[in-house]
Structure formats: structure tokens, C-alpha cells
Design a protein around this ligand. Structure first.
Ligand SMILES: Cc1cc2nc3c(=O)[nH]c(=O)nc-3n(C[C@H](O)[C@H](O)[C@H](O)COP(=O)(O)OP(=O)(O)OC[C@H]3O[C@@H](n4cnc5c(N)ncnc54)[C@H](O)[C@@H]3O)c2cc1C
Length: 234
């Protein structure tokens, strides 16, 4: 149910030169019931005028009193710059949530591919955490695209998860740096690794062009369009 909450910023992790993870604790021991993949609105008064912006919850729905968001500072972007540069540990923010239909379909009945770029990893991270809490034996893939190695979000965490679960395959892809891993765009790696589209579903999150191009590729590869779920960030 959509509700207003106050949250205290408990911790801020610096993930890369322009990306941070914010750890929020809900005030008064309140709890937020949400599905993996949903988002919240963060509220803010800009020159006395109220404004809100959506941010996906990047943590598992099993944690209801503490949630995380991953935030990218957009050059020239008012809200992301306010959050990144002016919000500190101990500050209290107002949020509203949960919202959104981009949610993990449970129980897990198909093999799943997750495709994200940038902070689009947020809702996918919540879903992947949830999936492994549910202890699935389905094959799970994560294709994550970034420009450079320094910008790969939650790399250690996903590498650990890959070591723990033989049904999880983690594929980071870089578009602007030579390295030993996959190069190009997420679509290039999908074409290389996904040979069978039967009984598969897909969750895609990031900027519009990537989401549209990946969705169209998956349809060409034979994915059932009804089993391709997307969230677009601008
Ligand atoms: C459902 C949903 C969930 C979202 N979840 C997250 C999240 O978890 N983390 C997160 O960081 N953002 C997320 N966003 C984006 C977020 O809501 C803001 O749009 C973003 O923070 C930019 O706001 P701003 O006020 O700083 O920039 P604006 O002032 O809105 O934009 C400034 C300029 O940057 C461009 N721009 C806007 N967003 C982006 C972008 N992401 N990349 C490149 N250029 C951009 C705009 O077109 C504009 O030209 C989400 C968006 C949606 C719709």
C-alpha cells in the first residue's frame, strides 16, 4: 500500500566517481511492504516548492525497515545533484512508496535473464537477492553494461553470488575500455550467450535506448514478448 515515510540516512557508500548507495532506515520502526523491483518517490522542497523523483529500491524486500537506493549524479541534474552533494548521514528525508509494476514474478517458473546498465542495476539487484532467498534451481543470468571497469556496480557482490550458486552467471560488459571481459554493448553479450529462448523470461532496466534495443533483440531471439518486463529511467 502506498504510504508516506520518514527515513534517516544511515550510511552512504561511494560506488564510483558519480554513483553512491544510500542506506535508509525508516523512522519509528515502521516497515515498508514492497515487491522486488518497485520504487519510491523521494520528496524535496525546491525553493519552497515540493518536488518528487522516483528511485528504485535496490535491496531485498525481506528487509522492510531498512532499504537501499543506488543513485547516479547526472551532470546538470537538479535532484540527483541535491541527493549526491547535499544529503549526508543522519539527515531525515521524506519518501512515499512503494510504486511500480516492474516486479519479480513469483514463484520463479522460468530461467531468467536480467539486463541492466548504470543504476538500472538497482531493481535487478533487489530481484536477484530475492530470487536466491527463494532458493531457485532455475538458471539466472545477469548482463550488466557500463563504460569502464571502475563503474561496474556491486561487482564483488555478484562475483561472490556466482561462486555460491552454480545456476547464476554474471556477465559484466564494458563499452569504452579494453579489458579481459566482455566488450561492446549488453546486446552483443546476450547474442553470444543466449542460444535458447524457450521457457525464459527477461527483466530489463536502464535508459530508454538500451531497454528498447534489448527488448527488440530478445523478441528476435524468440522470447515470448509477454515475458519481457522493462523499466525505463528517462
Ligand atoms: C521508475 C524510475 C526509477 C528510477 N530509479 C532510479 C535509481 O534507482 N537511481 C537513479 O540514479 N535514477 C533513477 N531514476 C531516474 C531519476 O528519477 C531521475 O530522473 C534522475 O536522478 C535525474 O534527475 P535530475 O533531477 O538529477 O535530472 P533532470 O534535471 O531530470 O535531468 C537533467 C538532464 O539529464 C538527462 N537525464 C535524466 N536522467 C538521466 C539518466 N539517468 N542518465 C543520463 N541522462 C539523464 C535529462 O534528459 C536532462 O537532459 C529512476 C527513474 C524512474 C522513472
Amino acid at each position: 500500500m502506498l504510504k508516506d515515510f520518514k527515513v534517516t540516512v544511515e550510511k552512504i557508500d561511494i560506488e564510483s566517481f558519480d554513483t553512491k548507495t544510500f542506506h535508509f532506515k525508516l523512522s519509528n520502526n515502521e516497515e515498508i511492504e514492497f515487491k522486488a523491483g518497485q520504487y519510491i518517490f523521494i520528496k524535496h522542497l525546491r525553493e519552497g516548492k515540493p518536488m518528487v523523483k522516483p528511485y528504485s529500491i535496490a535491496s531485498s524486500p525481506s528487509s522492510k525497515n531498512k532499504i537501499e537506493i543506488v543513485l547516479n549524479k547526472i551532470p546538470g541534474g537538479y535532484f540527483s545533484t541535491y541527493l549526491c552533494d547535499r544529503v549526508n548521514v543522519g539527515d531525515v528525508l521524506e519518501i512515499k512508496g512503494p510504486l511500480g509494476l516492474f516486479t519479480l514474478k513469483e514463484p520463479i517458473q522460468n530461467d531468467v535473464i536480467f539486463v541492466g546498465t548504470g543504476t538500472g542495476i538497482g531493481p535487478l539487484r533487489a530481484m536477484i537477492k530475492r530470487i536466491f532467498e527463494l532458493k531457485t534451481s532455475k538458471k539466472i543470468w545477469l548482463f550488466f553494461g557500463e563504460k569502464t571497469e571502475e563503474e561496474i556496480l556491486y561487482r564483488k557482490e555478484f562475483e561472490e553470488l556466482e561462486k555460491e550458486h552454480e545456476n547464476f552467471k554474471y556477465i559484466p560488459i564494458l563499452s569504452r575500455q579494453e579489458w579481459e571481459g566482455e566488450k561492446g554493448h549488453v546486446q552483443d553479450a546476450i547474442k553470444k550467450y543466449i542460444k535458447n529462448s524457450e521457457n525464459m523470461e527477461a527483466y530489463i532496466c536502464g535508459l530508454i535506448n538500451m531497454v528498447d534495443e534489448t527488448k527488440s533483440l530478445l523478441k528476435d531471439l524468440g522470447f515470448d514478448p509477454k515475458k519481457i518486463y522493462v523499466e525505463k529511467y528517462n
